[in-house]
Ligand binder design. Structure first.
Ligand code: ARG
Length: 459
């Protein structure tokens, strides 16, 4: 056992208690943030005359060496320490002696851990954003190639109206674009530095909190020390944003799983992203899509767990807050992995354009267009709806699509139909005539693609 406290205790901590309380097994991943935060703190203490120049030099050199040694594997983070803060401080003192003991002047582990976690969250948010950006690039590429790939659009998972693959993928482009926006908003709001808040009530030393905030790349220093040490809102916002990312990935995975079935055959997942069965030799399973869909549960779980952990904590710091780490680390790791794998999977997937178009034709997705045809020739929409209902019934009974139904049969149901009905309900026409902004028609899509291109270049 190695802890920073003990002066007022007369007995050793119980072993189980010590282990239950310690966080080194998981907070050791914050070593770099902890060391950078300590270097900034020491520099500020020297600037304020609280440490001598020599002391500051010894401390910062010592910390930089520890950082390098941990990174290169020369120094192992020992789990006999209570937490990463204790490990860094004790190692420093062991290496440089007296000045090491002065590092913690005007600081508490409460503001230290709040700082480490914020720095970590900032770094990871940028990485998550990069992964979302790569996914958007991949989706954009698929869209560019599929402006003419017709497929059925669904409501209630029933074929509804024809769209294009580009339009369908574009819906996800919007979702992941919003996800980036949510992370950006969270980042802006949380970018205030808690360092210098002490345990809860600031300190009596003349700290320059603006200076450390600037050294550590924060917008400013936090304005209330009690809030600064006990604020975990940004982690809840992060987990909420990540839950939404997973919800979007999961919806897309669900569609890919359906599209990949023998019944649909809209896509073929690349061999590198599929798995086989130990018993059924014919199988090629969409395990990766299923796992991403499944892992959504653990990210939602992290959000619920942290919200629940925080709800009963009085001001200011409470040890409950240590629970934030494993939840957030696991959620970030999970989402990073899922984003990278999903991007790889969708980027290598084959889209069966022929199957998609055939499916759009076979499902009466052009029925609305047949009704619109009648309306444009003077029939009231409600009557047109009824007439086309009869056409559909005729087709079902005779196992035909609307495109295949003979003209005499059309005319028998309504004399308004002429030869040009076939042109009016052709897949191409049905889609291309939808040119309002946001619709699948190629002209409308090209406008949107232009906006997406600029977005990707500028963001
Ligand atoms: N390990 C703690 C955490 O993760 C930080 C240390 C603060 N501990 C304390 N007893 N005040 O929240």
């Amino acid at each position: 056992m190695a802890q920073l406290w003990g002066g007022r205790f007369t007995k050793e901590t119980d072993k189980m208690v010590y282990e239950f309380n310690a966080s080194i097994t998981f907070d050791q991943r914050l070593y770099e943030q902890d060391i950078q935060g300590s270097i900034a703190h020491a520099s500020m203490l020297a600037k304020q005359g609280i440490l001598t120049k020599e002391e500051k030099r010894a401390i910062t050199d010592g910390l930089e060496q520890i950082l390098e040694d941990v990174k290169t594997g020369k120094l192992e983070i020992s789990e006999k320490f209570e937490d990463i803060h204790s490990f860094v401080e004790a190692t420093l003192t062991e290496r440089i002696g007296e000045p090491g003991k002065k590092l913690h002047t005007g600081r508490s582990r409460n503001d230290q851990v709040a700082l480490d976690m914020k720095m970590y969250t900032k770094d990871e948010t940028l990485m998550l954003d990069g992964l979302l950006q790569q996914l958007l690039q991949t989706l954009f590429g698929i869209m560019e190639e599929n402006l003419d790939t017709y497929m059925p659009g669904f409501t209630h998972l029933q074929k509804a109206q024809p769209i294009t693959l580009a339009h369908h993928v574009g819906a996800y482009f919007e979702m992941f674009k919003r996800d980036r926006g949510r992370l950006y908003d969270m980042y802006q709001r949380m970018n205030v530095c808690p360092l210098g808040s002490g345990a809860l009530a600031g300190t009596t030393y003349p700290l320059d909190r603006d200076y450390t905030a600037e050294l550590l790349n924060f917008d400013c220093a936090a304005l209330n020390s009690m809030d600064a040490v006990s604020d975990r809102d940004y982690l809840i916002e992060l987990l909420s944003s990540l839950s939404t990312v997973m919800m979007h990935l999961s919806r897309f995975c669900e569609e890919i799983i359906i599209w990949n079935t023998n019944e649909y055959q809209f896509v073929e997942i690349d061999d590198a992203y599929s798995t086989g069965s130990s018993i059924m030799p014919q199988k090629k399973n969409p395990d990766i899509a299923e796992l991403i869909r499944g892992k959504t549960g653990r990210v939602y779980g992290a959000l619920m767990a942290l919200l629940t952990t925080m709800k009963g904590t009085p001001l200011a710091y409470n040890k409950d807050m240590q629970e934030d780490k494993e939840l957030v680390f696991d959620a970030i790791d999970t989402v990073k992995e899922c984003l990278a794998l999903f991007t790889g999977m969708i980027g290598t997937m084959t889209f069966r354009k022929d199957q998609m178009e055939r499916s759009a034709k076979n499902g009466f997705t052009n029925a609305t267009d047949a009704a619109d045809y009648l309306v444009s020739r003077g029939v009231a929409f409600r009557d047109a709806h009824g007439i086309v209902g009869q056409l559909v019934l005729y087709c079902i009974e005779n196992n035909l699509s609307l495109d295949e139904m003979p003209l005499e049969a059309y005319k028998k149901i309504s004399p308004v139909f002429q030869e040009d009905i076939y042109e009016a309900i052709s897949m191409k026409n049905c889609v291309e005539r939808r040119t309002t902004l946001g619709a699948p028609g190629k002209d409308a899509m090209k406008v949107v693609m232009g906006l997406y291109k600029t977005y990707l270049e500028e963001n």
